[in-house]
Ligand binder design. Structure first.
Ligand SMILES: [Zn+2]
Length: 362
């Protein structure tokens, strides 16, 4: 079973896009004994312990950043105007608790402004035409000077939701923030630990990518550095089980790992998808298949790198991603780790060649 403390520390870490340092530190803490390095934009590379440098390379990708905010300007009355880092809908913001990290690294508690009922009564509720420009982060200051001098806030300071992880032992449910995509980060670490000591036909590198929410920027770099032959990508994917009937839902809690045929950013390699399903069936790992109408992942970048890289996207159903509070089932995290682990263990030259379509003329 996945390490709950690892998921707790990863999801609690402060890490809006472009400010992923804390997440990297948690990754470092839980990967003792591995060769772990980073680059200037906080991408982190984790090499398997007996990495040979001579075998085909499988890259495990997950992004480290979460959707957050950045202070855009400071109003005369001390409220902080902000922009979002990544795609957060305006209706998910009012009255949320946030943390702003100031230039000294101090975390300042804030609340996103909202209008209490006393000021709405008798007038038309204005949530329908709300805009980000009207909202602000309130840190409790009463003037611009106080916000800057007492709270140490400056234009450009990052912020994210102030939410702590909790685990319901009885139902094996996790709640917290940033499940998209700290769950994926946990899956890389768990998969690489599960593969330890196995004689593999491939070399495995974990690549933790920054700034995915701003357009897959970290993975643009990691895929060029690693130059993988194949990649497996983990994502905290948006659960849809409350919006569709059981038969139509494709990302339901407790229904296992999600394998993705396509989204706006890529179309999956059909042979890789077939192999994943075969592994699921063989080892009794629950999986669900999806064809996304929207969305996009690092697969959009990785799959187009170099000589074309088949990417398998494994999703962990997560309710309410890109908002402050998420739910996921631990068994779905485990299903993703098992799927990746068994697939890599069973990878041999002929499977690799099949996925790479070397048999196309045969
Ligand atoms: Zn994501």
């Amino acid at each position: 079973m996945a390490d709950i403390r690892l998921i707790e520390e990863l999801t609690n870490a402060f890490g809006p896009s472009g400010f992923e340092e804390e997440v990297c530190q948690v990754i470092r803490k839980y990967t003792e004994g591995f060769d772990v390095t980073n680059d200037a934009m906080c991408n982190v590379y984790m090499k398997q312990k007996d990495f040979s440098g001579k075998k085909p390379v499988i890259m495990l990708d997950a992004h480290t950043d979460e959707c957050g905010m950045m202070v855009q300007s400071i109003r005369e009355n001390g409220l902080l105007n902000f922009v979002t880092l990544g795609s957060v809908h305006v209706t998910n913001l009012p009255a949320q608790r946030v943390i702003v990290r100031n230039g000294e690294g101090k975390k300042v508690k804030g609340i996103i402004t909202s209008k209490p009922v006393h000021f709405i009564r008798g007038t038309k509720a204005d949530s329908t035409d709300l805009s980000i420009e009207e909202l602000a982060i309130d840190v409790g200051a009463c003037s611009r000077q106080e916000a800057m001098e007492v709270f140490g806030i400056r234009v450009g300071d990052p912020a994210t939701f102030d939410v702590s992880f909790a685990y319901n032992e009885e139902q094996k449910l996790c709640s917290g923030k940033a499940f998209d995509n700290r769950l994926g980060c946990a899956c890389i670490i768990e998969t690489m630990k599960a593969l330890e000591g196995h004689d593999l036909a491939v070399d495995v590198i974990g690549a933790f990518a920054s700034q995915e929410e701003l357009g897959m920027r970290g993975a643009t770099v990691t895929s060029q550095v690693v130059r993988p032959d194949l990649a497996i990508l983990f994502e905290g994917s948006p659960a849809d089980d409350f919006y569709f009937s059981a038969g139509l839902a494709q990302c339901a809690l407790h229904r296992g790992v999600q394998i993705r045929h396509m989204d706006v950013s890529y179309v999956a390699n059909p042979v890789f998808m077939k192999k994943a399903r075969e592994i699921g069936d063989k080892y009794g790992i629950p999986y669900q298949s999806t064809v996304r109408r929207g969305g996009g992942t690092d697969a959009g970048k990785i799959s187009l790198e170099g000589k074309a890289v088949p990417v398998l996207v494994l999703g962990i159903p997560s309710r309410y991603v890109h908002t402050s509070n998420n739910f996921c089932a631990l068994e779905d995290v485990d299903a993703a780790v098992r799927m990746a682990t068994e697939l890599i263990k069973s990878m041999d030259e002929s499977m690799m060649n099949e996925i790479l379509r070397k048999d196309l003329w045969n």
